[in-house]
Design a protein around this ligand. Structure first.
Ligand code: ADP
Ligand code: MG
Length: 696
């Protein structure tokens, strides 16, 4: 594709080419990412000042910004240097003062000559009962009253740039802005009543009242949609490019799946079957699968993964599943081993722990195709790990991995289908922003028979009571996790806290009853501690957050989280998800250190009130903002200048289907609208997408 469309050139000119923007201003704006004229245009006012003219300041609720015509009275220069220079003025009903500091008297005499009429606008405050306007924002002759906007936009500022400079630069920038052909679906534009792009920009920079500043104001909504559409077009192009690379047709005959399903003590849920249906259909297609399996904690993703892996084996190929921690990789291995044995499938485990001859043997068996399914940590991606015929690669708990690892996975096994699984119930808007290039299956149904987890907030001052309760519970054969937080900066002191709690609980509950697991333990000790707990030999497992993700010991029914206020919502939800996995009623105790701050309180009460991961994710998003929730830097989701992911989830969904539809109807983006869409991509600096257009 040719270069940037000529019509856009003025918008990509450097900010310094604008009248009134010197090198200093340009540099200051550059600091906040405003380099080109387009960047300035997309920096919208965040508030506004009402400057409607009134007769008098009398009766106004001060302090306030007020605009009144006045007759200028006496000047009273300061008595000592640096003091206030006061000018008396009369409006229609009362006298007040305009005050300046460090102003030259000649200048003030010219600006406000005694006896003249002026329109003044500025902030008025009471000092010793006398209203005073200090350094008015505007002083104009009555004939020029039109130069004071009734509602003045206020821009987010950076050091070295004043509102005046911003307002003037934006006006100059708008004057250079061309009209652009419409890239949004006409029907949508009509339905929403959206203005054309340039009109929307002009309107967004000239709000008439506070309502015009809301994200829902039509001009802003349109500009937000432009950003979302550009992002979704990029994702749609990426998705198409990925699909265009040839994959393998993997068609299982179902015989292994049938054996495993017959051996299960339960029936798959409807949601699990639906997801499998979607996965097997993808695998049977010649394009590569790129699918996200989203399911809250405990929704049964592992079974879906196993059955999907069996499809690969049924077709004579191999599968690999990568887990983010060694504990989890081992757990998957242990959990899948009996089923693999039943089905006569060869399963193996590869982690960073495998060294020397053992590792060499596993690699050889992978290369020869003897191993059907490999489970492991990111060790499975090392360069020397080669498969005979890799058909399916699964990443469990994908949010634990960076985007780079997700991409590495795609490269391994040239044509392998990719399934990523995540328990992070990110709200739909974020899922679309982050995974818009993928197809999504959702496990929206939990296995039957689960009982709600009763969640209690208890002050750690009542620790002794909790321990007493725990003693009672374990004497009835129940099992508990006790999670110690990562509160301190240094890992060592956290460890010390966990070890101290371990010693304390052993003292209180008996030596043999309590185990300990944390990240610093030698791997073999970690395994042993998990295995003892899993087998019911220890009743209580003291742990750091290493158990946060994926761990599955269905019999454990009590979760105690110490200093719960120190954890994030998503993390607490994951931790609590370790219990409530069996049929027994479960309890989660959130121990907090009083006094509980407002945010901590909101997190803990949210958790007490709901187990719905999506609801929890929404509160999380509300409290922390989109960037923090998904880690914008590594997720590849851009920071939108105008769009607000938290509040414009609906628009994001529309943008996704609009983008996909446009690409289906016009794969080369050659129609009139297609051309306009290219312009949008250039405008939004979606260089990546522009490269991809030619691939389609
Ligand atoms: P997650 O989605 O959090 O990874 P798991 O796959 O670990 O969940 O499953 C949680 C528990 O639910 C496991 O003990 C698993 O055996 C069980 N399970 C999975 N599917 C079903 C089902 N259809 N019916 C009953 N229990 C199930
Ligand atoms: Mg899991």
């Amino acid at each position: 594709m040719s270069g940037r469309p000529e019509r856009l050139w003025p918008l990509f000119a450097e900010i310094q080419t604008l009248d009134g923007v010197g090198p200093k201003t340009a540099q200051a704006l550059g600091q906040v990412g405003i380099d080109a004229i387009r960047d300035l245009l997309f920096t919208l006012p965040h508030s506004g000042i009402d400057r409607r003219v009134r007769d008098t300041i009398r009766g106004a609720d001060m302090p306030a910004t007020l605009t009144v015509p006045v007759v200028v009275g006496q000047h009273r220069p300061p008595r000592k240097r640096g003091g206030a220079y006061r000018i008396e003025v009369d409006d229609a009903a009362m006298r007040f003062q305009i005050t300046y500091f460090h102003a030259r008297p000649e200048y003030l005499m010219r600006l406000l000559p005694p006896g003249s009429r002026r329109l003044v606008s500025g902030r008025v405050e009471l000092f010793d009962g006398v209203p005073q306007m200090t350094h008015p924002d505007h002083v104009v002759e009555p004939s020029e009253s039109g130069t004071i906007p009734e509602y003045e936009p206020v821009y987010p500022l950076t050091a070295g740039v004043t509102q005046k400079i911003m307002t003037r630069s934006v006006a100059n920038a708008l004057a250079k802005t061309p009209e652009l052909a419409e890239w949004i679906d006409q029907a949508l534009v009509a339905r929403e009543g959206w203005p054309a792009w340039k009109d929307a920009l002009v309107a967004a920079h000239a709000p008439g009242n506070a309502a015009d500043l809301a994200a829902s104001a039509i001009s802003r909504a349109r500009l937000a949609y432009d950003e979302l559409l550009a992002h979704q077009l990029t994702l749609a192009l990426a998705r198409r490019a990925r699909r265009a690379r040839p994959g393998k047709i993997t068609h299982g005959d179902g015989h292994l799946r049938a054996i495993v399903r017959a051996s299960l003590p339960f029936a798959p849920t409807g949601a699990q079957l639906r997801a499998l249906e979607e996965i097997s259909a993808d695998m049977a297609r010649p394009e590569r699968m790129n699918r996200l399996l989203q399911g809250d904690v405990g929704s049964g993703k592992t079974l879906v993964a196993l059955l999907a892996l069996l499809i690969a084996v049924e077709a004579g190929g191999q599968g690999v599943m990568m887990a983010p921690t060694e504990i989890l990789a081992r757990q998957h291995f242990d959990g899948l081993a009996p089923m693999a044995r039943t089905a006569g499938v060869t399963l193996d485990l590869l982690t960073g722990r495998d060294k020397g001859g053992d590792r060499a043997r596993k690699l050889a068996e992978l290369a020869s195709g003897e191993i059907d399914i490999l489970v492991g940590t990111h060790a499975v991606f090392q360069d020397d790990v080669a498969f005979a015929d890799l058909r399916l690669a699964i990443v469990d708990e994908q949010h634990r991995f960076g985007v780079r690892q997700r991409m590495e996975l795609g490269r391994k096994g040239e044509a392998a289908d990719v399934l990523v699984m995540t328990a992070t119930p990110i709200p739909r808007s974020l899922a679309l922003a982050q995974y818009g290039d993928m197809d999504v299956s959702v496990l929206d149904e939990k296995p039957p028979g689960r009982q709600p987890v009763r969640t209690a907030l208890i002050s750690e001052e009542r620790m002794a009571e909790i321990v007493d309760h725990l003693r009672g519970a374990i004497s009835e054969g129940r099992q508990a996790y006790w999670v110690c937080p990562l509160v301190e900066e240094s890992e060592n002191s956290d460890l010390a806290a966990a070890e101290a709690r371990f010693a304390h609980l052993r003292g209180a509950l008996g030596e043999g009853a309590v185990g300990l697991v944390h990240g610093q333990l030698p791997p073999a000790d970690k395994d042993a501690a998990m295995a003892r707990f899993s087998a019911g030999k220890t009743a209580v497992l003291v742990a750091t957050t290493v158990i946060e993700v994926g761990v599955n010991v269905p019999k454990a029914s009590i979760m105690v989280i110490e200093r719960a206020e120190a954890f994030g919502l998503a993390q607490l939800h994951q931790l609590r998800g370790r219990v409530g996995r069996g049929t027994a009623a479960s309890t989660c105790v959130l121990l907090y250190r009083p006094p509980l701050g407002e945010a901590g309180m909101r997190r803990l009460t949210t958790l007490r009130e709901t187990e719905d991961g999506f609801r929890i994710a929404e509160v999380d998003l509300e409290m922390r903002g989109a960037g923090d929730v998904i880690g914008v830097a590594q997720s590849g989701v851009p920071r939108f200048r105008i769009a607000d992911l938290e509040r414009q989830a609906g628009l994001m969904a529309i943008a996704q289907s609009d983008a996909r539809r446009l690409l289906e109807a016009d794969p080369g983006l050659v129609t009139e609208r297609g051309q306009a869409a290219r312009t949008l991509l250039w405008l939004m600096r979606q260089d990546e997408a522009i490269r991809l257009i030619s691939v389609g």
